[in-house]
Design a protein around this ligand. Structure first.
Ligand SMILES: [Zn+2]
Length: 414
């Protein structure tokens, strides 16, 4: 495990008043994509139609959310010819207005998402107004939908697998380079959200992917209804009468926190029953409606460990596309030793929670950090185990034990 497992974009090295005051920004795995999303071009169908057909354009393919790869460490970027059988070249030829107007729920299409332009790959790329680079899309090649779509998907999959490529099945991807992990995270999160929202949450009728795969609409008419002798016009749905007439992708904010003792010499870590032996991590939980991030941190730590926090500092965040979390990382401190007493009886979510000395945590970061599913490294001697650097938990723990993060003053009461 090395530091290069997390992204190191140039802006983290730039000097500014804020970087001097708060230190270097931590950029977590699954974030900091090299792709410029250009979200304002998602409704521009001439742009999308041109991007889809451009020879430089590349496609990230997902089969039941498993990414197509050359090896477990490398995504495969397909060319249009390789998905042509499944993705009609005319996909973006109609305006969004016309697509909604001509909606027919009997016709099915594969999920197609515009991810953005890689502006570092301009050579031979697409130039559109002032923007240029290599366009990237994600395609859901899972065999589903109409029989015709299923047959096309199976053909596409077979041809790719015949080339020695495979869909990488794993619980959480940690083997891609930081750039590829961020591209995959965007593709996976949006693909998964589209799959879960094929029916309107308000009226129960089929929805339609719009805005290049980043929104879903509940169209006012459906030609399939006319074929069944019903009026083509659907019953009123409030999603069409209010300003928020579309479904937007969901992101579930979650807090995750490294807690430092009053004297600054210990870190609070907990373990859940599903962890391998000796593995501990930072505490985490969902933010509730009408709750601030700081309040959620204090509530979760008290509920799960009985510890009462004082100052909470937001540290960094990590998209976690399994399926739609945003991990908001914090470092927090207890201001009174009496508040450090652990009580696991409020919410029995954790099997154990403990204060660990800085030295023990330092050693675990060095020789005992690994994925939940992997063995610790060769130097591991049987002590504390911690999550790998690709998890924000690891980055938070590093900061919590670092004197630098506390400006050399680990005993101040923050
Ligand atoms: Zn509806």
């Amino acid at each position: 495990m090395s530091a290069s497992q997390i992204p190191t974009p140039a802006h983290t090295l730039a000097e500014s008043m804020l970087s001097r005051r708060f230190g270097r920004e931590t950029v977590n795995y699954f974030s900091s994509s090299p792709i410029n999303r250009l979200s304002f071009l998602r409704g521009d169908h001439p742009f999308l139609a041109t991007a889809l057909k451009h020879p430089a354009t590349r496609f990230v393919l997902l089969n039941n959310l498993a990414p197509l790869t050359r090896s477990p460490a490398e995504l495969y970027y397909a060319k249009y010819e390789e998905v042509r059988r499944l993705v009609p070249q005319t996909f973006f030829d109609q305006s969004e207005e016309d697509i909604i107007k001509n909606f027919d729920s009997r016709k099915t299409y594969p999920g197609l998402i515009f991810l953005g332009l890689d502006e570092n790959r301009k050579e031979g790329g697409l130039a559109w107004k002032i923007y240029s680079g290599t366009p990237y899309f994600a395609v859901d090649v899972t065999p589903k939908g109409s029989q015709e779509q299923q047959a096309a998907a199976n053909e596409v999959i077979k041809a790719l697998e015949d080339k020695g490529l495979s869909f990488f099945q794993t619980r959480v991807v940690t083997t891609f380079s930081p750039d590829e992990a961020a591209i995959y995270a965007q593709a996976r999160a949006l693909n998964d959200w589209n799959n879960r929202n094929t029916f309107c949450g308000t009226c129960g009728n089929p929805t339609l992917s719009v805005n290049a795969g980043t929104k879903r609409a509940c169209p006012p008419t459906d030609a399939a209804r006319a074929a069944q002798g019903q009026p083509e016009e659907k019953p009123a749905c409030t999603t069409r009468t209010t300003i928020s007439n579309l479904s937007f992708p969901r992101t579930d904010p979650t807090i995750i926190v490294a807690v430092v003792s009053t004297d600054g010499k210990r870190v609070l870590l907990g373990r859940s029953k599903r962890f391998p032996p000796k593995m501990y991590s930072t505490l985490a939980g969902f933010i509730e409606p009408a709750e601030s991030i700081e309040d959620a941190v204090r509530r979760e730590v008290w509920e799960e460990a009985g510890v009462t926090l004082s100052r909470v500092v937001i540290h960094s965040s990590q998209p976690w596309p399994y399926p739609a979390n945003l991990m908001i990382g914090a470092v927090a401190q207890v201001s009174d030793p009496a508040h450090e007493k652990i009580n696991l009886e409020h919410d029995p979510e954790l099997e154990d929670a403990r204060w660990f000395d800085t030295e023990e945590v330092e050693e675990a970061l060095r020789i005992g950090a690994s994925d939940l599913g992997s063995n610790a490294g060769p130097e591991y001697k049987g002590g504390l185990r911690l999550p790998p650097p690709t998890a924000i938990a690891n980055q938070l723990i590093q900061s919590a034990i670092s004197a630098d993060y506390f400006h050399g003053d680990k005993t101040s009461k923050m």
